[in-house]
Design a protein around this ligand. Structure first.
Ligand SMILES: [Zn+2]
Length: 400
């Protein structure tokens, strides 16, 4: 314990200086479509310097199709957390994602972003915001995203479909009818989806902007949703900040006990806690690694996994030799419970898609070979192969 505590303080110290850098980098990751980047919604907005048009995005990822299965012998990693669209539902297609995956990323999830940023003319006039921090107008749940995902996936040849795991995201997790939406999507588009998410409960700056009620970990609607995921066999990828922003003085993360209660109520749901509960201002709190370790060591949470996605999280992990070592020690102890994800938004090049993977190189170097293989590839394949098998079986008995 002593050692872990010391290591953690090394992490916090490293953060202080690097925080503004992290914010800037995060902007790059989470604002791929700068104001004006998006063809139809931004026709009246002034393009930001360097912003690409929709046509540019399409061209940037166009290329010759890869021969069938050519990736199988060469891929380095699977990506459990990547978004193909931004907050105005624009970005790249499923086919374009496969182009940037190339022969380096074997498999990836397929989803956009469940929330749409409203363009309020009253608030921003001719400026069409493409990011949630660019306007005071609310966000709302955009259910059509699931139909777009299904249509794009179905248009792919079988070989390309085998590399993607589409996820249902267009639901409001504080609505008791959310589970019904998921059921309707599954029965309308059988043979497509493997999971739900990334959906969000608490997220800095985002949850409070959603029209209607903010989501809550204590909402029975969320319980109904996770029960249904367990019944069908859907993997659930959930974002929930472990605490509130700017809360360094709180010894216990604000949402930890609610989160533990939720996990305890759903032992049969395969749940991936995105970013290990961290965010751009949700910095590691208390002894973050020790909290994760206590969950992993508890047999009643054996259904809980963590993704290490987001360049912000990678910055925390690789901020010092001590933080790298502490994280590697934890992953080496629980190699079946962590998955790599990039959290890139609409990546238009393989370089962008792999940026976070490259950032993690010092961590992977300290994992034992079996653990490294599991975090990069095998855990994804185990969870999603099982999800595909179970969801297809559920569909066979529920689709007329
Ligand atoms: Zn997230």
């Amino acid at each position: 314990m002593q050692k872990r505590s010391v290591l953690f303080h090394a992490c916090r110290g490293g953060l202080a200086g690097a925080f503004l850098v992290a914010l800037a980098a995060c902007g790059l990751t989470h604002e791929p479509a700068a104001p004006g980047a998006c063809g139809t919604t931004a026709t009246n907005a002034a393009p930001a310097p360097g912003a690409a048009s929709a046509a540019t995005v399409t061209n940037a990822v166009a290329g010759s199709a890869m021969p069938p299965a050519a990736w199988q012998g060469t891929y380095e990693v699977n990506d459990v957390h990547v978004h193909v669209t931004n907050y105005v539902q624009e970005g790249i297609t499923a086919h374009s994602l496969l182009e940037v995956m190339g022969n380096k990323v074997g498999r990836a999830v397929l989803f956009g972003i469940p929330l749409q940023q409203t363009w309020s003319y009253r608030i921003s006039g001719d400026y069409g915001p493409t990011y949630y921090l660019h306007t005071d107008a609310p966000l709302y749940y955009y259910s059509f995203t699931d139909a777009v995902t299904a249509a794009q996936y179905r248009a792919l040849p079988k070989e390309e479909q085998s590399r993607l795991d589409p996820m249902i995201i267009g639901f409001n997790p504080s609505d008791m009818y959310a589970a019904d939406h998921i059921k309707r999507v599954l029965t309308t588009f059988p043979g497509v989806f493997s999971g739900i998410g990334e959906f969000t409960i608490h997220k800095e700056f985002v949850s409070s902007k959603i029209a209607g009620e903010a989501p809550s970990l204590r909402d029975p609607a969320l319980d109904r949703l996770l029960d249904f995921a367990a019944e069908v066999g859907l993997v659930a990828l959930m974002h929930n900040d472990i605490t509130i922003p700017f809360s360094k003085d709180r010894p216990i993360p604000a949402y930890l006990s609610q989160m533990m209660d939720l996990l305890g109520r759903h032992p049969k749901t395969t749940l991936i806690w995105a970013h290990t509960g961290l965010g751009r201002v949700i910095q590691p709190v208390g002894d973050h690694l020790a909290i994760i370790e206590s969950i992993l060591a508890d047999s009643k949470f054996s259904n809980v996994y963590f993704d290490i996605s987001w360049d912000v999280v990678a910055k925390y992990v690789v901020s010092s030799p001590a933080t790298i070592q502490a994280t590697a020690r934890l992953i080496n102890r629980f190699p079946d419970r962590f998955l790599f994800g990039s959290d890139e938004v609409a990546p238009t090049s393989q370089e962008k898609l792999l940026a976070v993977y490259r950032q993690y190189a010092p961590l992977f170097a300290q994992l034992d070979p079996v653990a490294s293989e599991k975090v990069r590839k095998k855990n994804y394949e185990r969870l999603f192969d099982e999800a595909r098998r179970r969801v297809r079986a559920w569909e066979r008995t529920h689709v007329q």
